[in-house]
Design a protein around this ligand. Sequence first.
Ligand code: L14
Length: 332
Amino acid sequence: MLHLLENDTVLPIKQLKVLASKRSAGKQVEFRGTSVTVEEALPESFKGVDIALFSAGGAVSKELAPEAAKHGAIVIDNTSAFRMDPEVPLVVPEVNEQALFDHNGIIANPNCSTIQMVAALQPLREKFGLSRIIVSTYQAVSGAGMTAIEEMKRESQAALNGEPVNPSFLPVKSGEKHYQIAFNAIPQIDKFQDNRYTFEEMKMINETRKIMGDASIKVAATCVRLPVHSGHAESVYVELGKADLSVEEILNVLSEAPGVIVEDDPATQTYPMPINSVGKTDVFVGRVRRDLDVASGYHLWIVSDNLLKGAAWNSIQIAHSLIKLGLIKTNG
Ligand code: L14
């Protein structure tokens, strides 16, 4: 977020505060050539703040986001704490920017896998209608944070040296069991729910319906972690409102879509891959095919940097939209 803000030309940043836990207070971060001291995040810290970007975990958001909103800040929250709260807009600007008008001081940034999927599917939905999505994800380790990345590197090194890997973090830090991610695929992201889906899968299902504003869309998800540093990939099957569309018709719509880049040419082995998405804010789509049995069914492969469009960039875009829509009243 700080890196994106540093190069941002849309937000008229007069002052930047960097807030964290007591443990990090006093550290220095560089911003536009000056050194900013990290302060402890307290309810009063948000006095005079116009936009507060939160990304310190659900518990911190639950405690401090309402306090920040009370002090007049508009919170853009990157955690899952408020996403399904009916009072809180859940926004991907390319899809449902208008939902921002209904905010009550807190706006939720959706789950990373959901953002890239709806950004790519919404243009098809607008043009042809969409009734069903079946998605399997191939998710990067960076979504789970620095500790997970360190674990993957350490395990990879150990495995290559023929030493025991001793996993202690993934798939879920607080879980009873931990499994090796190096040279593996783990079909669990976040905790299991009573219906045998994981929370990550249910986030994709519920958030997609909320962002698209249609509870009747059929959605099923299987979320899998791969030993990829950054960049989530998704194999997506969709049923559109129109049968027998040509691949060209679909690619034409996608190539006009904001924030979407088509990389799709079997003849030249062109398709999106996580490593090529790293550092980019776009959503990449390729491998577009008609289903061979269902006339209204189509397959796509969707890739994006989970830390950018999936998190920081979508949050900054929400801030841009707030400015564009005239929703920021300078506070103090
Ligand atoms: O819903 O890759 O924001 O473990 C953050 C952690 C999504 C999953 C969220 C991960 C989650 C992510």
